[in-house]
Write a protein that binds this ligand. Structure first.
Ligand code: SF4
Ligand code: SF4
Ligand code: SF4
Length: 259
C-alpha cells in the first residue's frame, strides 16, 4: 500500500486550536485544566492526554512582531526511536508508514517518552500508559480523514498519499517563494522521511523544530535504561503487565459527531 502523510501548511494556520479539540474528542482524551502561565498555549505541553497542540511563536520582521503558529504531533518517523526502544513491542509501524502505539500492550516504562526527538509522546496518569497521535488509523481504515484534518477550517492540515503530499508541498513552496517568502519544507528527509510534511515560512528552529533530529542510539538508550532501573520502573513493568485489566481498551474512540 502507498505510504500516507499529513501536510501542515503553517502559513494557513490561524491558531484556532480546532485540531486540538477534535483530537481530544475523537480519542476520548482528558481536558487539561491550566492556569495562565505567561503563555497563550493551552495546554502548556504535549502529553499522554494531549496528542496534538498548537505552539505559538513570535518572530521579528523589519521591526514588526509576527505571531507564528505550528500544529505539533507525532511525526510518524520512518526511523522511529520510540518503536526501537519499546521493549514491550507496543509501538509498530504499519504498511501506510504510520507509527501506532497500542496502549493495551504499553507497560508504562516511558522509554518512548525519553527517546522521541520531537517530544511527541507523553505519559498519561489516567491510563498508566504512554500516548501519542495514532494518525486516526481507525478513521482512515473506514474511509475518513483524521479528526484534526476534518476539523481544520483553513485547510492548513491535509492528508494524502505521501508522494502527492510532497508534490503539493513543493508547489506551495514555489508559490510562496515567488511572493518573496522564505519558504522551506520540513520532513521530506529527516529521520528517513517523516509522515508529517510541513511548509514553513521561516527556518525550522524559528518554529521549534530540531534542525537535524537524531535516532536514539544504543548507548543513549543504555543510559536511559540504567536511569529507569535506578528508579525501579523496569522492575515493576512485567508485574504491571500481568495485572493490567486485559478487557480495558484505553484507546477506544468515541462518537463525537466528527465524521
Ligand atoms: S515523532 Fe516521536 S513518537 Fe512519533 S514516531 Fe517519531 S520518535 Fe516516535
Ligand atoms: S491524526 Fe488523529 S490522533 Fe493524530 S493529532 Fe490528528 S486527531 Fe489526533
Ligand atoms: S484547526 Fe487548522 S487553523 Fe486551527 S489551529 Fe489547527 S491547524 Fe491551525
Amino acid at each position: 500500500m502507498a505510504e500516507l502523510a499529513k501536510f501542515i501548511d503553517v502559513t494557513k494556520c490561524t491558531g484556532c486550536r480546532g485540531c486540538q479539540v477534535a483530537c481530544k474528542q475523537w480519542n476520548g482524551l482528558e481536558a487539561i485544566k491550566t492556569t495562565f502561565s505567561g503563555s497563550y498555549e493551552n495546554p502548556p505541553t504535549m502529553g499522554g492526554e494531549t496528542w496534538t497542540k498548537v505552539r505559538f511563536f513570535e518572530a521579528e520582521d523589519n521591526g514588526k512582531v509576527r505571531f507564528l503558529f505550528r500544529k505539533t504531533q507525532c511525526m510518524h518517523c520512518t526511523e522511529a526511536s520510540c518503536a526501537a526502544v519499546c521493549a514491550a513491542g507496543a509501538i509498530k509501524k504499519d504498511d501506510k508508514g504510520m507509527v501506532v502505539l497500542d496502549q493495551n500492550k504499553c507497560v508504562g516504562c516511558k522509554n518512548c517518552v525519553l527517546a522521541c526527538p520531537f517530544g511527541a509522546v507523553g505519559f498519561s496518569e489516567k491510563t498508566g500508559t504512554s500516548g501519542k497521535c495514532r494518525m486516526c488509523v481507525d478513521r482512515i481504515d473506514n474511509g475518513m480523514e483524521p479528526a484534526c484534518v476534518k476539523t481544520c477550517p483553513t485547510g492548513a492540515v491535509q492528508m494524502g498519499d505521501r508522494e502527492q503530499i510532497l508534490k503539493q508541498a513543493k508547489e506551495r513552496i514555489d508559490f510562496l517563494k515567488s511572493s518573496g517568502v522564505n519558504a522551506q519544507i520540513y520532513g521530506e528527509n529527516e529521520l528517513g522521511g517523516l509522515h508529517v510534511i510541513y511548509v514553513l515560512d521561516d527556518k525550522p528552529e524559528v518554529y521549534g523544530l530540531p534542525v537535524n533530529p537524531q535516532v536514539a542510539t544504543a548507548n543513549l538508550f543504555g543510559s536511559w535504561v540504567s536511569a529507569l532501573v535506578g528508579a525501579g520502573v523496569m522492575l515493576i513493568a512485567p508485574f504491571w503487565l500481568m495485572f493490567k485489566d486485559p478487557g480495558k481498551d484505553v484507546s477506544e474512540t468515541h462518537d463525537t459527531g466528527v465524521k
